[in-house]
Design a protein around this ligand. Sequence first.
Ligand code: DX5
Ligand code: ZN
Length: 220
Amino acid sequence: MYILAPSLLAADFNILGQQIRETEESGAQYLHIDVMDGIFVPSISFGMPLIQSIRDTSRQFFDVHLMIVNPERYIKEFAQCGADGITFHLEAVGNVEKIIEEIHAVGVKAGISVKPATPIEKVYPYLDKVEMVLVMSVEPGFGGQPFMPEAYGRIRQLRDYIDEHHLSVKIEVDGGVGKKNVREVIGAGADICVAGSAVFKKRSISENISHFMDAFKEKG
Ligand code: DX5
Ligand code: ZN
């Protein structure tokens, strides 16, 4: 079963609640929430008050992607404001095992993410400890960037490793995913596709999402 995680970053914040409900009604089971601090990445997005205020808008899994330095400072706060999953960047933490334990201790699923230049093997030691690996297919920091084709090899390599070792960790892919490449992305081994522009821009949300749902159904 494949999952679509619309990225809030591309939403129209003037009508945010309505747009979130539309993604849920169209079949998106996750909501991808990009938190940026202006240090780990150049841009600043939003934080706990926003997450808190949309928590009751949908029953989707709140998939919080922390693009911040020292993410261990805020695990409890993100759990309290409604995160169901917290993904941190491997590049942003010192003690990886400790933060995974802290995330699990507050009753939330843990994800680990790597930037495009970080060797994918670096996540191998943690694959039996986290629920998800987030493979970045753009340089984190902004929505609307083109998918980096080098990501296919990384996704496939990770998929093969997970399958060979009979692990249950999910692969999420983030950045530049849309109707044109979603089949290749899941074909390479992704379980969860993040999509910002491809969900919220151009056509209606329901029409945009239907392309993802069709691709997911085809693959089974
Ligand atoms: C990039 C973010 C992504 C981004 C995806 O730093 O992590 O989640 O919003 O947006 P699109 O799908 O437009 O590339
Ligand atoms: Zn993201």
